[in-house]
Design a protein around this ligand. Structure first.
Ligand code: 0O2
Ligand code: 0O2
Length: 270
């Protein structure tokens, strides 16, 4: 029988989970402070329970003295995102970090599991500084959307309750629920795209309006007072009607008149 001091064995894993949780939470708050979009919604982490480590070692035929290399998720970090697109950004951020090494990735989003499970996994090597020196430990980072997490959490507790014998009808219903979670993610992504598109359009419209008003103002420098007044009243009507196509035409006309006026001044000066 293997006698192991589990408390000592798990220490570097506990430190890894604590440090990585702080690092990813910091990334979220730093981006928020910079008023940039944070692709991370929240972060959790855990050290696998001893009973779960033993179960997994048995399932994967990992000898007791090879747990450190044979079981990748003794230290587990989970990063939740609002949108599927955020997962790619988080993965890029993790790959770029200098304080860990990504060993491999498992994309269960493109290739979701038979159960209906979807998530992006990264197995990393993380150097922890212990009292006895540096130790490199394996850790698993799961990156998923809120919908993927909702599904996986419920499925995990049901699978745990029923162990191997999950009734077929429940298994089938869970799979269907997984598809519904996928549809929800797709729908949320498209709503997000529409919102971003609307924001971009609003920015464009407001830029055009500013350009028209600046150009009309410049007409006064060339003593084109009557023209400026005429353009200003056309602007007022267009603004009232919120007709951005007419606003673009107006901008072109004012710019045209301005460049003619500039040309005349240049010719006069030569
Ligand atoms: P398992 O995997 O069956 O051995 P706290 O004190 O608030 O930090 P709390 O309330 O126990 O801790 O929550 P914790 O530790 O964050 O997570 C509890 C459960 O959430 C775990 O169940 C895991 O199923 C799951 N979990 C949270 N984060 C992760 C993660 O990064 N990876 C994995 N694989 N699971 C995670 P068990 O039964 O304790 O763990
Ligand atoms: P826990 O209790 O969450 O820690 P294998 O089981 O051999 O196919 P392996 O090598 O363990 O795979 O890695 P895999 O498949 O990438 O899964 C690692 C973890 O992903 C699991 O850890 C779960 O946390 C999660 N996971 C994978 N498949 C499913 C699934 O169908 N449903 C849910 N809810 N989670 C899943 P553990 O150790 O199995 O469990």
């Amino acid at each position: 029988m293997d006698v192991r001091d589990w408390g000592t064995f798990l220490l570097p894993y506990e430190q890894t989970v604590e440090e990585l949780k702080v690092k990813f939470k910091t990334m979220r708050s730093e981006l928020k402070k910079r008023e940039e979009y944070a692709p991370i919604e929240f972060v959790t982490g855990r050290v696998k329970r001893i009973s779960s480590i033993l179960d997994k070692a048995k399932r994967l035929n990992v000898p007791m003295d090879e747990l450190e290399t044979g079981i990748e998720d003794i230290a587990g970090i989970r990063i939740m995102c609002q949108f599927v697109e955020d997962i790619r950004r988080v993965a890029e951020y993790i790959r770029a970090r200098k304080d860990l090494t990504v060993l491999f990735e498992k994309d269960y989003i493109t290739n979701f599991k038979e159960s209906g499970y979807r998530s992006f996994h990264m197995i990393i090597e993380y150097p922890v500084q212990t009292a006895l020196g540096q130790k490199k430990v394996l850790a698993e980072i799961q990156v998923r959307t809120l919908a993927m997490n909702f599904w996986a959490t419920i499925e995990h507790s049901l699978s745990y309750k029923y162990r191997e014998s999950l009734p077929d009808d429940i298994r089938a219903r869970l799979k269907k629920a997984g598809e519904a979670a996928n549809t929800l993610d797709t729908e949320m992504s498209s709503i997000r795209e529409d919102i971003l598109e609307a924001q971009r359009k609003f920015e464009d419209d407001s830029n055009i309006t500013t350009q028209v008003l600046n150009a009309i103002h410049k007409l006064y420098f060339f003593h084109l007072v009557n023209e400026a007044i005429a353009f200003q009243s056309r602007f007022n009507v267009i603004w009232q009607n919120h007709d951005m196509d007419a606003m673009k035409v107006l901008l072109d006309e004012v710019k045209e008149l301005l460049s003619e006026a500039k040309k005349k001044v240049n010719e006069h000066e030569l």
